[in-house]
Design a binder for this molecule. Structure first.
Ligand code: SF4
Length: 430
């Protein structure tokens, strides 16, 4: 029985998931035994998140729990990596010295070496797929060049750096050969893809290349930055059957005063124009956005403007976050002027109106046929997603089982016959 199993714990966003998958594949290639049960491991690698207060707290608690297990001799080694460690390494070394090693983001070589292996550079495109195999994230670049005042990500992930198209196509082919059917395209800003390598934004070109890969049926675009939005991407969505009519475009706010202070590089009118252009070019597009409430000095009037914008725009999906003061960001000097209670109230008010909007939009699908990727079975239902639902963040399509025998990871046609705020219900079309 191998007495030195490693468990990799991933916190934070899908970009961290990809980093952990790359690391785990390297451990596999070095025949280093792994377990997905931390209690069964002798070494714990914690891939941390350092984005906002709540995420930092979760990372620190996870580290402290691991150190406690080590002190109880239930663990031999604790290795901490990722964004929190990248951002606060010196403080962490002082405050939690029991951790054996602190690594930053993307320091695979050091971790693999510490675990007795050797980095296989030529196989860095390979991944240990930790998501259900039919869907996988494809991280197309690292870092970010945008100066958003509230965001610490550039501190942890550095400047924008695209991965060459050939490497991404190889990685996607590897995923497709391992049963992946849906590629979820991620980065800090996916629309900036290629500007550093090819001298111009080249996401549309990359999408075309990826859509030539057999077995890949859905390509979904997340984290698209609104300003200087490349119109050729919208045209590619409209003309390319494999690109889902779906886009995640975090807007954060709509008030010109707040957008200026956030340094988002876009005005409210320009924002509306981008959304209008997307909807005119792809009429059945599903739009997801992320909004930030409680930004310093956000007045009741500015919040009302955001509320009216959500009502007017009728997004399909909305995620709302409350402002978190982050040291070394441009907004740090503004302090934290909006009380937490008000922030939470504003978040709830937005999510309440969005629930209504989402319910109305779902009602429009009753009687319609949808292609659904089945992912799981729960009770009387098969659980799946349509082109309108990204994994982990959006709704589901529940298919009544009846006598049907469906396979997870396969696509089926479904007739929608019911809905609620977030999900659709339907039956299989034989
Ligand atoms: S686009 Fe703005 S919010 Fe997003 S990662 Fe870059 S700096 Fe942060």
């Amino acid at each position: 029985m191998n007495k030195n199993k490693v468990s990799v714990v991933t916190l934070g966003c899908s970009k961290n998931t990809v980093d952990s998958e790359r690391l785990m594949r390297q451990l596999q290639l070095n025949s280093i035994a792994m377990t997905d049960n931390p209690e069964d491991a002798q070494t714990l690698v914690i891939n941390t998140c350092g984005f906002i207060e709540a995420a930092k707290e979760e990372s620190i608690n996870t580290i402290l729990n691991a150190v406690a297990l080590k002190n109880e001799r239930k663990l031999n080694k604790v290795i901490v990596a990722g964004c929190l460690s990248e951002r606060y390494k010196d403080d962490l070394i002082k405050e939690i010295p029991e951790v054996d090693f602190y690594f930053g983001t993307e320091e695979y070589e050091g971790i693999v070496k510490e675990l007795g292996g050797e980095l296989k550079y030529n196989l860095l495109g390979e991944r240990f797929i930790s998501t259900p195999s039919h869907t996988a994230y494809l991280k197309i670049s690292e870092g970010c060049d945008h100066p958003c005042s509230f965001c610490a990500i550039p501190i942890m992930r550095g400047k924008h750096k695209s991965k060459p198209i050939e490497e991404l196509v190889n990685e996607a082919e590897y995923l497709a050969a391992n049963n992946t059917k849906e590629l979820v395209i991620i980065a800090q800003d996916t629309t900036d893809y290629g500007k550093d390598l090819y001298g111009k934004k080249s996401l549309a070109l990359l999408l075309r290349e990826l859509s030539n890969i057999d077995n890949i049926e859905w390509i979904r675009i997340m984290y698209a930055y609104p300003s200087r939005f490349p119109t050729d991407v919208i045209e590619e969505i409209a003309s390319n059957q494999k690109i889902c009519n779906y886009i995640d475009i975090p807007l954060q706010h709509i008030s010109d005063k707040v957008l200026r202070s956030m340094r988002r590089g876009i005005s409210s009118n320009q924002t509306r124009k981008v959304l209008q252009n997307i909807r005119e070019t792809v009429p059945d597009i599903a739009l997801r956005t992320t909004l930030l409430v409680g930004y310093p000095n956000e007045s009741e009037k500015e919040f009302k403007e955001l509320y009216e914008f959500v009502k007017e725009t009728q997004f399909d999906k909305v995620g709302t976050f409350t402002f978190s003061v982050e040291d070394n960001t441009a907004s740090y000097i503004l302090g934290d002027t909006v009380p937490q209670k008000i922030k939470e109230e504003r978040k709830d008010i937005l999510m309440e109106i969005q629930k209504e909007i989402s319910s109305n939009k779902n009602s429009e699908f009753v009687g319609k046929k949808l292609k659904v990727l089945v992912e799981a079975v729960e009770g009387d239902f098969y659980i799946g997603r349509s082109y309108r639902d990204a994994p982990e963040v959006d709704g589901e399509v529940l298919i009544l089982k009846k006598n049907a025998k469906l396979k997870t990871g396969e696509f089926y046609n479904v007739l929608v016959n019911d809905f609620n705020e977030y999900d659709l219900f339907g039956e299989l079309i034989i």
